[in-house]
Design a protein around this ligand. Sequence first.
Ligand SMILES: *[C@@H]1O[C@H](CO)[C@@H](O)[C@H](O)[C@H]1NC(C)=O
Ligand SMILES: *[C@@H]1O[C@H](CO)[C@@H](O)[C@H](O)[C@H]1NC(C)=O
Length: 353
Amino acid sequence: MLKCIFLLLIRIYSTAAVTHSLKYFYTGSSQVKKFPEFVAVGLVDDVQIFHYDNNTLRCEPKQDWIKENTDVQYWESETDILHSYQQIFKANIEIAKSRFTQTGGVHVFQQMYGCEWDDETKEVTGYFQYGYDGEDFLMMDMKENRWITPKQQAEMTKDRWNNNRALLERDKNYFNQRCPEWLKKYVDYGRSSLMRTDLPSVSFLQKSSSSPVSCHATGFYPDKAKMFWRKDGKEIHDGVVKGEILPNNDGTFQMSVDIDLSSVAPEDWNKYECVFQLSGVKEDIVHRLEKTGTRSNESNGNMWIIVVVVAVAVLGVIGVVGFIIYKKKNAKRPPSPVENARPLEETKFLPEA
Ligand SMILES: *[C@@H]1O[C@H](CO)[C@@H](O)[C@H](O)[C@H]1NC(C)=O
Ligand SMILES: *[C@@H]1O[C@H](CO)[C@@H](O)[C@H](O)[C@H]1NC(C)=O
């Protein structure tokens, strides 16, 4: 029995997030009101690990697990690197402006790079690109290991960078070796947090008795989830509007899916179920719609209906036990060595015209 539960737990964890990602976003801007002129963030599996901007002038951890596995030197060295990026971005935005023969106004220069690593196939993919004023400016063709551009204004930079074999080799090495190495390390640091599954609370909401019924799930993690309406065991598509997965400010996510039941007799409402599926969790969370007990502000001034939050006790318990076992296992592992941070590729100036 115990063994069985354990296998089940392993299963839950091993199906969670097989693809890991490390992403960096740097944004330089000019004359954007109330927005710092330089901001840098890094994300592991879409969870933010650090923040730097031209006001704080410090690279600061955003997760306890990254803080606990790094030292002061790590943050100082990251800070230094980002500080030079800040200068380079200031220069680059001016260079880009002159390439487009612009004199002032609002402009944004972005750099985005990172890598993904598939836990199962071991496949690594990298990407590296620059944007200017919301459009692609320069991007690296990873297969050919060379820069490409859709913009005539970036041709000169593209040619210079493509003629620099040493830089191209270093980029290649970064995206094939160092980036996935760091990614694995970070995922290891944050494993118990990144690989956790938080189940949502699910409720039915309705603004008025003639509006669509919304099935709303909030508090789930990770952000890989599906939600749909079902009747007689079949997914319904007609009259259904699926919402996006949105972040809550506590690191969890929410989403909703609406269904128009205006032509369905109230006594048939209970044939409808809202199904929520979370990546890494085998059991679906299913809520059957019940008309009885539903209210709307039309009659009594209360906003929405409700049908309540159903606790998913069994899954919840399995999740908690799994988490504890996982933590215990984890605690036995010796702490990973802290390495000097040098995860960012060589800073790049756009060559002046
Ligand atoms: C950072 O950038 C913003 C926007 O340009 C600017 O208002 C602010 O003064 C800058 N901070 C520092 C410390 O220079
Ligand atoms: C019910 O509440 C919703 C949301 O506040 C509002 O848009 C709608 O007008 C209300 N309906 C009535 C009849 O008061």
